[in-house]
Design a protein around this ligand. Sequence first.
Ligand SMILES: [Zn+2]
Length: 452
Amino acid sequence: MQGIELRIKGKVQGVGFRPFVWLLANQYGLNGDVNNDGQGVLIRFVSPPADALEQFLSDLQNKLPPLAQITDITQRAIDWPEATAITGFTIRESENNQMDTQIIPDAATCPHCLADLFDPNNRRYHYPFTNCTHCGPRFTIIKAIPYDRKNTAMSVFPLCPQCEREYKDPADRRFHAQPNACSVCGPHIWLQDREQTLATHETALKQTALLLQQGHIVAVKGLGGFHLACDANNRKTVDLLRQRKHRPTKPLAIMVPDLQFLQDLAPQETELLTSSAAPIVLLAKHKVPNIADNIAPHLQEIGVMLPSNPLQHLLLRTVNRPLVMTSANASGQPPVLKNEYAVEQLNDLADFYLCHNRDILQRADDSLVRVAFDGLETLRRARGYVPDEIPLETQSTKNVLALGSDLKNTFCLLRHNKAVLSQHIGDTANEQVRSQLSENLELFQNIYQFKP
Ligand SMILES: [Zn+2]
């Protein structure tokens, strides 16, 4: 029997690509299968009619899932092995455990998950950890490859039957979403002070919002680290935060509940703010009305981001005002990742802590970008962008490891025509930062199977 094989390369693993292929193949009545392997995705069709194949290929490139990217498609004729009779289209389990090897950056909550989050009839109504194949944590929850639930911070949360059904159903948006979870089986939040838990779940959220409105400073656990949050309208609180951080004039980033809190945005600014990377975007001050004048003193710009995970969406919508959201680290220390260290190290900075029990395994600070007259300018590349490869115009004949600077450190793996930059790591004079650097380096070398 004659067949066609399509080899797809790019960002095609762990982004809902196989179910997308499965849906398209079914739509055009194509028989065959799809699987992941070390090179990307392999699609095979048995005697596909030419017009159906053409339509399939066109949709494949034009209707991609939000996080997927195709860099290369090659097509060749094959002899279909007679022994494997095929009717219909199947997703084949990968050989050699090579499933979902690709690690992609953390992605901001997608519109579907956002709708679930605020739909009282949805089973994930107000659930702060909802995610799907098109969004959610990735890089920050891995401890080893391949990217599979057992190698992530989600390994301690066995799927409930309903979540497991979603995970196994190719027609479901949560098919193979490794961090899939719900309030029955997944992580939960609580509010605490230095001594004790004050509230959990929905009550924790409401109380946190109230504390913020009253002018308190709350450490909020995010995707790649904690933030120190406070009311960005409240000059006194912002001053207090500055005193505690010993940062009299350093600009502070803010988070607004949605775009309606901003004005006169350029189309590129809107696009960046709402992108899956959801970085901090530097905006001219007049675009950010109604915030205290001591957020970014003596500067013309302000760093603004939108909520990028469900917990932030819930919190921001409940406080219904811009919040200062600055990276939570004690002076000279790298940002805290663990709950117990947060309470210990942020003791002098935060009044309360909004914590959860999903571990942050990889640090990822908020990325910082601005729209410059000649394109996009990246000032800090971390959450949402790392560990994506950067294509280069020239080809390197060697594997080169660049260890970067001692201040504001990032490292870089150079191979073929691609550069992989680590997240922003920071000042290597600090011992903890240095150990983060070596751990990250080991992980990156593992992910990219890289030997310098
Ligand atoms: Zn989603």
